[in-house]
Write a protein that binds this ligand. Structure first.
Ligand code: HEM
Length: 459
C-alpha cells in the first residue's frame, strides 16, 4: 500500500526511498529480528521527533538527537565518550590499532602525523586521479546507454580505482582485485550486526557468522607490506600519493614516524573508511537526481556550462555549487555512517538525563538528519537547504562526525564526489526504474539493498 505521507492523490511518490522506522516498543527477540533484517529499523520513529531516547536491551543505552548534547559527546567531553568497544571489535582485525580505532595518546600521535597528509594542497594535488576515474566511469556508463545499470556497482568500481591509486598507486605487485575482495568479504561478514551488539542483545541471540576470511585478510596485509617496503626503496613519485605522504610524515610533537605495520594499518583504514562511503554518496546522489528530474536538469546545465566536453577537475569545484549542494543533501538523507556509538566512561548528564559509566550512547545520524525539530520536511530531497551553509546548525548535520575525531578524509571525499558527479551529469541522463526503488539497509554503512538500478541515456 502506498505510504499516505509520501504520495499524492494519484499515488505518486514525492519522497525518496527511506527506511520504515518502527513505532511500537520492541522486545529482545523483535529487536534481534529487525536487526538482522536492517539495523536502521531499530530506530524508533519517535527518534525523529524527540531530543533523546533511553532504554535497556541487555544494557543501558541512549539515542541522542539533540545538537547540544551531540556537541558535548563529540567535542566538549570527547575523552569521556570514547568509541564503543563494539566498533573496535568489528574493525580491529582488519585495520589494527589505526587512526580510526585508537584512543588517547596512541590516537593523538597518529592523528597529528596524518593530518598534514590531508591538507587542502595535498588533496587538490590528488584530483587528477579522481578526474581520470570519472572519465573511465563515464566511458563504462556510455557502453550501457539505452539500458538500466547498477550505479552502486559502478560507483564502487570508480571510487575503488581512486582509493587504490592514491594509496598503493600500482606497479608494486598490488593485487587490486584480491584486496578488494578481501575487504568486501570482511565488511559483509563481520559487520552485519554491529548495532545488535551496540544495543547489547545477549550473546545467545544467533547472528550471522563473524567468520572472517582470515586467509584473504592475511594475504592482503602481506601484499600491502611488500608494496610499502618496495616504496621505501624506490622513493616517492613525482606527485606524492597517500603512501608517500604518510611515509614522509612524522609527529610534529615527537618526531615519531610510522613503521611498516602502522603505515599498512592506516592505509588499509583509508581504503575501508573511504571507498565504500564515497561510492554510497555518489550512487544515492545519482538516485536522487533520477528521482527529481528538475534538479537533475539544473545540475546538468551547471556541469555542461562549466565543463563543456571535459571531465571535472579540482579547479572546477568552486564553479559547481549546485553539484556540491546535491552531495550535501545526499549525505543528509543517506548518511553512509548512519550510526556512531560511544561508551560513557564517567557519570554525566545529557538533556537532563542521567548517564552512567558503561552506558552506550548511540548517535543515530540517520534520525538526526531527518529530525522534525531540526529540518523542514525532513524526508524531502531539497538541495537548496544548503544554499547558505551557515544557516545550518553544525551539530544537526554530522555526516562526517565532529570534534577531534571528525573524518580526516572529508575534504578528499567531497572533492572526489563533486568531480565524479559533475562529470557524469554533464554526459548522461539518469532515470528511475519502476519497481526497482533502492532500499536503504544498514550494514556497517547505509547501503542500497540490491544496488541502485537506473536507466542511463545520453544527456
Ligand atoms: C562520504 C565519505 C565519507 C564519510 C561519510 C565518512 C564518515 C566518517 C565518520 C562519520 C567518521 C567519524 C566516526 C566516529 O566518530 O565514530 C569518520 C572517520 C574517519 N574517516 Fe571518514 N568518511 C568518508 C570518507 C573518508 C575518506 C575518503 C577517508 C580516507 C581517505 C576517511 C578516513 C577516515 C578516518 C581515518 C577516520 C578516523 C579519524 C579519527 O578517528 O581520527 N573517510 N569518517
Amino acid at each position: 500500500m502506498p505510504d499516505p505521507q509520501s504520495t499524492d492523490a494519484q499515488g505518486i511518490s514525492h519522497l525518496p526511498a527511506r527506511v520504515p522506522l518502527h513505532n511500537t516498543p520492541m522486545g529482545i527477540l523483535a529487536t534481534a529480528r529487525a536487526g538482522r533484517r536492517n539495523v536502521l529499523e531499530l530506530i524508533p520513529e519517535i527518534a525523529t521527533r524527540q531530543p533523546m531516547l533511553s532504554g535497556r536491551t541487555g544494557k543501558r543505552w541512549h539515542m541522542v538527537m539533540d545538537p547540544g548534547a551531540l556537541k558535548r559527546v563529540l567535542r566538549d567531553k570527547v575523552e569521556d565518550y570514547p568509541k564503543s568497544t563494539v566498533t573496535k571489535l568489528i574493525l580491529e582485525q582488519a585495520i589494527g590499532d589505526s587512526l580510526f580505532i585508537a584512543e588517547g595518546a596512541e590516537w593523538l600521535w597518529q592523528r597529528r602525523t596524518a593530518a598534514p597528509v590531508f591538507s587542502h594542497r595535498n588533496v587538490a594535488a590528488l584530483a587528477p586521479v579522481m578526474t581520470a576515474a570519472a572519465e573511465r566511469s563515464s566511458q563504462r556508463i556510455t557502453a550501457a546507454h539505452g539500458r538500466a545499470a547498477d550505479m552502486f556497482a559502478e560507483m564502487v568500481a570508480a571510487t575503488f580505482e581512486v582509493i587504490s591509486d592514491v594509496t598503493f598507486s600500482g606497479g608494486e605487485g598490488f593485487g587490486r582485485g584480491a584486496v578488494h575482495r578481501a575487504i568486501e568479504d570482511y565488511i559483509g561478514q563481520a559487520a552485519k550486526v554491529s548495532l545488535l551488539d551496540i544495543l547489547g542483545v545477549p550473546g545467545w541471540v544467533p547472528r550471522p557468522g563473524r567468520l572472517l576470511s582470515g586467509r584473504a585478510m592475511r594475504e592482503m596485509k602481506r601484499v600491502a607490506d611488500t608494496a610499502i617496503e618496495s616504496r621505501r626503496m624506490t622513493g616517492r613519485r613525482d606527485i606524492p600519493d597517500l603512501l608517500d605522504l604518510l611515509l614522509e610524515g612524522e609527529d610534529p610533537k615527537t618526531g615519531r614516524k610510522m613503521n611498516t605495520s602502522e603505515l599498512r594499518d592506516n592505509l588499509l583504514t583509508f581504503i575501508v573508511a573511504g571507498h565504500e562511503t564515497t561510492a554510497l554518496t555518489l550512487s544515492w546522489a545519482l538516485y536522487l537526481c533520477a528521482f527529481n528530474p528538475a534538479v537533475q536538469t539544473e545540475a546538468r546545465a551547471e556541469a555542461q556550462a562549466v565543463l563543456g566536453e571535459r571531465a571535472a577537475t579540482a579547479a572546477d569545484i568552486a564553479n559547481l555549487p549546485l553539484t556540491r549542494r546535491i552531495i550535501d543533501e545526499t549525505l543528509r538523507l543517506y548518511p553512509p555512517a548512519a550510526f556512531l556509538s560511544r561508551t560513557a566512561q564517567v557519570a554525566d548528564e545529557l538533556c537532563g538525563r542521567e548517564i552512567r559509566p558503561g552506558d552506550t550512547v548511540v548517535l543515530p545520524i540517520y534520525a538526526l538528519h531527518r529530525h522534525h525539530m531540526l529540518w523542514e520536511n525532513p524526508d524531502q530531497f531539497d538541495p537548496s537547504r544548503f544554499a547558505d551553509p551557515k544557516a545550518i546548525d553544525r551539530f544537526a548535520y554530522l555526516p562526517f562526525g565532529d570534534g577531534p575525531r571528525i573524518c580526516i578524509g572529508a575534504n578528499f571525499a567531497l572533492q572526489e564526489a563533486v568531480i565524479i558527479l559533475a562529470t557524469l551529469l554533464a554526459r548522461h541522463r539518469f532515470s528511475t526504474v519502476e519497481a526497482r526503488a533502492p532500499k536503504p539497509v544498514m550494514i556497517l554503512t547505509l547501503r542500497p539493498e540490491g544496488g541502485v538500478w537506473l536507466g542511463v541515456d545520453p544527456a
